[in-house]
Design a protein around this ligand. Structure first.
Ligand code: ZN
Length: 235
């Protein structure tokens, strides 16, 4: 049973994931995000209202969560989960939800999961599609699947690409389910890909890559966290 979950990002993925985890009875949630609510966030970030525009997202999300679930313990941290605090934060929780909106941040979280052995549920959404995968010790990490973050010029800006609000809700809720459910065979991971245009869902079985730069045998003891610099859209 999960007692403490860390949600890295109080946006399109972190809001529905925190709602689903609270509904499932997880007693303690930590939400980390340094950003403030913008009017353009409201269509996909379900905790935030028009009256919350300008507030810290973690304060808005924590207030609404406490109101909906009086017995829930919520810690609001107005910070990014980065190279300086990720290991400590991972160790303090049973599972981590990736609700970030930058590819580089997702790889940092994956590396922190490899280093600490604390499971991470990766998620990403763009336009009308999204994907999610649970990463845990002994299984593949994000670098086993994607190797490295895409170059910034290949990633469209949020305003340019857009995100269908309900698709963020689908992927965030799916991340909560993956957080609650350990894998029957942790050496395999399942990358769930949801396409909102064709109403299809695929589940890809993923195995660890032997030459993975994070979790491969030649990388043991050499992995360290590097702060990503780029700003990219993935939620
Ligand atoms: Zn790996």
């Amino acid at each position: 049973m999960i007692r403490r979950a860390l949600i890295a990002g109080a946006g399109g993925l972190g809001c529905p994931a925190s709602l689903a985890l609270a509904r499932a009875g997880v007693p303690e949630l930590t939400i980390a995000d340094p950003d403030r609510v913008d009017a353009s966030n409201l269509h996909r970030q379900l905790w935030h209202r028009t009256s919350d525009v300008g507030r810290l997202k973690v304060e808005s999300a924590a207030d609404h969560l406490r109101q909906a679930f009086p017995g829930l313990r919520v810690q609001a941290m107005p910070v990014s989960v980065g190279a300086d605090n990720a290991l400590e934060l991972f160790h303090a929780h049973d599972v981590v939800i990736d609700g970030t909106d930058r590819a580089g941040a997702k790889f940092l979280l994956s590396d922190a999961s490899v280093l600490t052995g604390v499971p991470l549920v990766y998620g990403g959404v763009l336009r009308m599609s999204g994907q999610a995968m649970r990463i845990e010790p002994g299984g593949p990490c994000l670098r086993c699947v994607f190797e490295r973050p895409p170059p910034p010029e290949l990633v469209p800006a949020c305003a340019e690409a857009g995100v269908l609000g309900p698709m963020a809700g689908v992927i965030g809720a799916l991340q909560a389910v993956l957080a609650l459910d350990g894998l029957p065979r942790p050496e395999w991971a399942r990358l769930v890909v949801v396409d909102g245009e064709s109403f299809s869902q695929r589940v890809l079985n993923v195995r660890p890559a032997k030459d993975c730069a994070a979790c491969g045998p030649t990388s043991r003891g050499r992995l360290s966290l590097i702060e990503p610099a780029e700003a990219q859209c993935a939620s």
